[in-house]
Design a protein. Sequence first.
Length: 521
Amino acid sequence: MNQTIIISISSALGLIFAFLIIRIQRGIQLSMAKNEAKDIIQDAQDRADELSEEAKRNIEHLEEELQENIDKLKESSAVGIEEKKDIVEAKEYTVKKQLSKKKKYLKKLKDHFSNYSGNFSTIEANYKEKKSEVSKLKEQMISQLESVSTEDKSSILLQLVDTLKKDTLTDVTKKTHAQEEEFARESEKKARLALSRVIGRFARAYCPERGINNIIFSSEQNMRRSLGKDFEYVEILETEIGVDLTPHVERLFLNVSGFDPVRRELTRITCDKLSREKRLNPERIKKIIYNSKKQLFKKIKLDGNKILKELRIQNMHPDIRDKIGSLRYRYSFTQNQYFHVSEVGWLCGLLSAELDLDISDGRRAGLLHDVGKSMDHSIDGGHAVIGADFIEKHDEKPHIVHAVRAHHFDEQPQTDLAYLVIAADAISGARPGARKSTAESYTQKMYELEKVGTSFKEVHSTYILSAGREVRVIVDNNKVDDYRALELSKEIATKIEEECTYPGQIRVTVVRKSAAVQYAK
């Protein structure tokens, strides 16, 4: 009984002890869990604080970047505004300057008109006064003549009228001639001033390029490798390109003959490529010619675009542009026509500015004036007419077409632009170093000028001076007076213009020779 009670009490105490232990363990675990939860919460709070600080820093950095971008935009906008403001101010200044110039010119015209009006009124009053005096003198002379002459009044009046007509005609002729000379002097003075300004403003380095007549090889081996051992490839080149080729082995060059300068340039490019090839056959040569042709046409197009961009010319037909590019391989008196038309375009634009004409039209007409030279080997007629017809078919304006057609007087010039193209062409062709004449052409020119001078019966001898720039003729003082000398100089100049071809102008001087001969015995 006691043992059972003891076992029951022991079991109860064991259960109580186990319960207490479990409670203690749970308390410990709960305390640990609370501590761990506090640590987690504290870690979370610390992480949240860090994220908050990082977010604040990012926001501050973003605000700084945005502020920098805003400042940059403000600066760039300010620069753009200042640039546009400068452009507007420059244009405003140019417009004001042109307006001021126009106002001064208008005021000058008004002053001239006022002076002319005043002079006209004075002349008219003097004329009326002189007319009244002449009428009185006429009546007095008639009365005096009637008293001393047996002739009737009507015959005396007719004689006086004839005399007055002759005297008046002589006086008017002299004054007209004097005014013409004064007008010519003033016009020449103003023209020289304008030309000096234009030539002074235009500066371009001149490179005297020459045409392709001979292609030189480095050695005989290179020449035979390029053209074939027995020059069997020459025939292929002639057939495919359309030129005549003559190899000269002893002097290591290939002579190229052909009217088309573009074909001659194609031959040069092809031979240059052939000289770098190690193995050649007819098919390979044809392929090289085809590739060279593509390369050349591309360069012609680029050259045409380059000169249009340089002169700021727009809306040019592609066919005209390509013809201008092909002028790179055309020469006149060894002057490269590509650079020549560029010069004429610039000069004609500057001359147009001097006369207050359209500068773009001047540049366009100057550029196009010799476009006919790119095709004059294949079409009959002068290059001015050929070029004018070509650009007319491609919708160029009528006044541009007229300026091109008239620049060698194939058509009589009718506009200021046409005369400016003629002047610009003469300046470009006549400046030192631009062109070179061969000895044969120079001799022929001297012979033609001398022949024109001696063709007049009054001329004793003719001298050609300044390399053909002046023709001086000697005439007999007893047979030719001052008026005839003036007429003779005009006749010789007109005949030179009709029969001779020359750049620039030729001065004609008539010298009246008076010789006194005596012999001492």
